[in-house]
Design a protein. Structure first.
Ligand SMILES: C[S@@+](CC[C@H](N)C(=O)[O-])C[C@H]1O[C@@H](n2cnc3c(N)ncnc32)[C@H](O)[C@@H]1O
Length: 202
């Protein structure tokens, strides 16, 4: 099973996921949510942040945000943007426990990280979230559930998923608080994504 070489894809500009703006469902979430208090007091971790559009969108609400990516080209690209607030970027593999800060995070924002990792690594994603989000903190995300055309399933990234699978993976640590199908999205994504707000059990 081949793992995606994200660094090469950034270096070659082969980044169809890169849309130049924050994910519209994040803007939608922040409009209906009292973001600053809701992010558990921060900091917020954005795993697989790419060029950091979502990081800067969240930083605009005044909370501290850390964008994480394992591609140096992605982190370098993110760092080239003008600073909005208390955002920073970190070059690391989400699954590498050596960088996991003991104090954890108050919030987690997911967007096209979960669907980018191989399905066999999903339990590791859930373990990282359980370890890194503080009790009482929040895991929010927009999950791209049906990214493939008919017949292309399983050949990602992006890899498809279901609401039930994600709830089940996070269940050892997180309760689902609220979820909806976003009304906004990048062109072609509306109706194929799922926004969810989970709370880390105390
Ligand atoms: C499909 S891209 C999405 C990037 C960004 N969220 C966006 O929408 O523009 C997936 C990102 O996750 C990063 N990534 C994949 N596996 C990772 C891991 N184990 N730890 C950290 N980042 C990872 C990749 O380098 C890539 O930037």
């Amino acid at each position: 099973m081949g793992m995606t070489d994200w660094e090469t894809r950034y270096r070659q500009g082969d980044t169809p996921w890169e849309k130049g703006t924050a994910a519209p469902p994040l803007t939608e979430l922040m409009a209906r949510w009292e973001a600053e208090s809701a992010w558990g007091g921060g900091p917020v971790l954005v795993p697989g942040c790419g060029f950091g559009h979502d990081v800067r969108e969240i930083a605009g609400s005044g909370v501290e945000v850390v964008g994480l990516d394992l591609s140096a080209a992605a982190v370098e690209g993110a760092e080239r943007f003008e600073k909005i607030g208390a955002e920073s970027y970190r070059l690391a593999d989400l699954f590498d426990r050596r960088w996991w800060p003991e104090e954890g995070y108050g919030g987690w924002w997911e967007h096209t990280c979960f669907c980018a990792i191989h399905p066999s690594d999903r339990p590791r994603y859930a373990e990282a979230a359980g370890a890194l989000v503080r009790p009482g903190g929040w895991l929010c995300g927009v999950f791209f559930l049906t990214p493939n055309d008919p017949g292309e399933e399983g050949q990602g990234p992006p890899f498809e998923s279901t609401r039930e699978e994600i709830i089940g993976l996070l269940e050892p640590w997180f309760d689902l608080v609220e979820d909806w199908v976003p009304e906004t999205g990048y062109p072609g994504r509306v109706g194929r994504e799922w926004t969810a707000i989970f709370r880390r059990r105390v």
